[in-house]
Design a protein. Structure first.
Length: 730
């Protein structure tokens, strides 16, 4: 068994499971039956999991592998606040809808076995039933405690867990109504019965701004502290690069080298060198060689895979790797020798890569630059900055020139550039938000973005043509039905997109973004366009990246904060060293599917947690501005109201029931909120004046009512204070 190729093992297993004489066996029984060596059992288990996820084999209720059952798959259950859910199956284009009656006790995040009851037809997606729970994702749940005399309930912070958790009085730890708690589920409940649990930790009161961020982290099961074996392994990590580390590396320390990051960044994992000769740009993208310090299957590696990514919250970073690595020996700090995996690119005047080399290297960064400083040089031509960094100014100007060439090439092929302003949220010492404003990309951020994109694209194409096991970053073509809805919606604003044979080219999105630039509806239509697309994910099969309009793409440039980058660094280095033989290729084929799946899931988890914290802080911020009047833009509409986005990026809901003087309803066909009697209509992208009436942390929602000029004039400071006091009492 140990000398068989990956494909041979796969085919042998398919034959075994399809044999009439085969009887279901547990994992250990299969290992004994097939003489699988102990050191290969992890890879064997990974192969079985892949076969199960593809529906090629099934699993009985007592964990025995059996013959495949028709239309039975493994996936992740995604709950909803309304009680129904979806199962996401890797490799399937669409999630499977699960009605409330067919959930069978699954909670958000659980790995489940699902049977398809009705296959998709036209716009209607597949419907299914959860057959069994393979692995629970929510042993502990974070929520708000609601106490009664003899018992209580924990309302989960994660609204996708739609069931409250019953807690007996003796298991409440003395929690009172409003406490943020961690509840351990002791009984998940049969059928649609509520789960039952015991409180194991009281985090603080829900209104305490120090409590909310840690509550979100725990709600999403994001690990904060590192295990003891990881901390112990740090004792062997050096603080400096030794002479022995330089063996087999290209010495690039003589090249003028800079990092360009945000002011607060401490994990600097990419550095740049650049020169130009005879019309050819020589771009060096130097990436921290994290794999030199994080050995495969070491405690550090296992923990990094478990986390999958660093999580960037408003007031903290939860790193994938301990700070001793991420901010220390792996960070490309100014004036320090550092090990890198570098890609040296030759780029012509049209943005074509005409040559490249990937090599282990050692560099020494000359200056640690910020986006603000570099933008001040290349855009604002700030005299003081240009004098301070005078020796490097020609390189920064050349960076701008090179990035413009690369960006134009991407524009010509149809690459989509969504340029949403991010929210910059400033907190006081107690963790309460005191200011929120848009944080725009500038020329310097775009320079680094362009350089990272071309590095990632070139590495992916290189390894695709070598036909080696690899991890790609893929973004599939949007679903036809979503595109049709988008086209129908934008037509109401006088815009159109060409859709041929049910598919759309990314250039159509690019054209649309160009047409709406600077218009009142720009932000709203941009978001609708983004929502019409699928989520990018990690895969072992290269299927291209729709949004970037490229055939080959991977994540190579951030191994400090993303596990897929670290994983492919190992593959690249083994290949460069001539050690990627058939045995090692089989090893990677056996593990990469699981790496792709788990890192894609952990990326989504991190994104959701980051959005949740941002929503919380925006609610907290607007709670200090109750009664105040703002001008915003209608950014979304539903049957229950319309969303209005303010210039500071905060978004709130105007409920239909709170709109005076008429009965308003959502006209889905014309995308308007219309008054039945007076005919007053509100449309997407329209500017409106709103007054802040409440801010609900539990719902992560800010509530507005429509206002007018007369009312604005009457809202004196005293009146605003009275309004806020009344709102808080309510």
């Amino acid at each position: 068994m140990d000398e068989m190729s990956y494909d041979l093992r796969w085919n042998m297993l398919l034959e075994l499971f399809s044999d009439e004489a085969y009887r279901p066996m547990k994992f250990k029984e299969l290992c004994v039956f097939l003489h699988v060596p102990r050191e290969e059992r992890d890879a064997f288990k990974s192969m079985l999991d892949q076969m199960f996820s593809k529906g090629l084999i099934a699993m009985t209720s007592d964990k025995r592998y059996s013959k495949p059952l028709p239309d039975l798959y493994q996936g992740i259950f995604m709950g909803s606040a309304k009680g129904f859910g979806f199962v996401r199956v890797e490799g399937m284009d669409e999630d499977i809808f699960i009605s409330r009656e067919d959930i069978n006790g699954a909670l958000h995040g659980d790995t489940v076995s699902v049977r398809v009851l009705r296959k998709s037809s036209g716009p209607r997606r597949s419907e299914g039933q959860v057959v069994s729970i393979i692995q629970r994702a929510n042993e502990n749940v974070v929520g708000t405690y609601d106490k009664s005399k003899k018992f209580g309930f924990v309302v989960p912070d994660n609204s996708k867990i739609s069931k409250d958790i019953f807690v007996r009085a003796e298991n409440s730890m003395g929690a009172v109504t409003g406490h943020k708690v961690v509840v351990k589920i002791t009984d998940f409940g049969a059928g649609n019965k509520n789960p039952e649990g015991e409180i194991i930790q009281i985090l603080g009161h829900a209104d305490d701004p120090q409590t909310d961020v840690i509550s979100v982290l725990m709600a999403y099961n994001i690990p904060v502290d590192f295990p003891d074996d990881v901390i112990k392994s740090l004792e062997k990590i050096p603080d400096t690069v030794s002479d022995g580390d330089l063996t087999g590396r290209r010495d690039l320390r003589s090249l003028p080298t800079v990092t360009i990051d945000g002011e607060d960044a401490k994990d600097l994992d990419d550095a740049i060198t650049l020169s130009k000769e005879g019309g050819i740009y020589h771009l060096g993208v130097h990436i921290a060689d994290v794999s030199h310090y994080v050995a495969e299957n070491s405690p550090l590696d296992r923990e990094a895979l478990r986390r999958g990514t660093s999580v960037y919250l408003v007031d903290r970073v939860v790193p994938m790797l301990p700070h001793q690595l991420s901010n220390g020996i792996c960070s490309l700090n100014e004036g320090c020798d550092r090990l890198t995996l570098s890609i040296l690119l030759d780029i012509d005047s049209k943005g074509q890569v005409i040559g490249h080399e990937i090599t282990p290297a050692v560099i020494c960064v000359d200056r640690r630059m910020t986006y603000t400083a570099v933008n001040g040089i290349v855009t604002d031509r700030d005299p003081e900055l240009m004098e301070e960094y005078r020796p490097l100014v020609p390189m920064f100007e050349l960076m701008k020139e090179t990035a413009d060439v690369l960006r134009e090439k991407r524009r010509q092929r149809g690459g989509i550039d969504f340029d949403f302003p991010e929210s910059k949220i400033l907190l006081n010492e107690k963790g309460f938000p005191v200011d929120i404003h848009p944080y725009e990309r500038n020329a310097a951020t775009k320079i680094i973005e362009d350089f990272m994109l071309i590095a990632n694209e070139t590495v992916a194409e290189d390894f695709f043509w070598q036909e080696l096991p690899f991890l790609y970053r893929t973004h599939e073509t949007p679903d036809t039905e979503r595109i049709r809805k988008l086209v129908a919606m934008i037509s109401g604003f006088g815009y159109s997109m060409k859709v041929g044979r049910g598919e759309v080219h990314p250039k159509e999105f690019q054209k649309l973004l160009g047409k709406i630039e600077g218009t009142p509806e720009e932000a709203m239509i941009s978001r609708l366009a983004l929502r019409s697309m699928k989520q990018a994910r990690y895969t072992t099969v290269n299927s291209g990246h729709f949004g970037l309009a490229v055939k080959y793409y991977c994540h190579f440039t951030s191994p400090i904060r993303r596990y897929p980058d670290l994983q492919i660094h190992r593959i690249i280095k083994e290949n460069l060293a001539g050690k990627l033989d058939e045995r090692r290729q089989d090893h990677y084929r056996a593990i990469l599917n699981e790496v792709a799946n788990s890192t894609s899931m952990n990326e989504r988890r991190a994104d959701e947690a980051e959005r949740d914290v941002e929503k919380l802080k925006k609610v907290e911020y607007m709670s200090a501005h109750l009664g105040e009047i703002y001008t915003g833009v209608i950014s979304g509409m539903t049957n229950w109201g319309m969303y209005v986005e303010l210039p500071n990026t905060c978004e709130g809901l105007v409920r239909l029931q709170d709109m005076d003087d008429d009965y308003y309803y959502y006209d889905e066909k014309n995308y308007t909120i219309t008054g039945e009697t007076l005919g007053t209509a509100y449309s997407l992208g329209q500017k409106v004046k709103v007054r802040v009436v409440s801010a609900d942390k539990a719902e992560r929602t800010i509530y507005f009512i429509l206002s007018d000029e007369e009312e604005e004039g009457e809202m004196k400071d005293h009146g605003k204070k009275q309004f806020r006091d009344k709102a808080h009492r309510q």
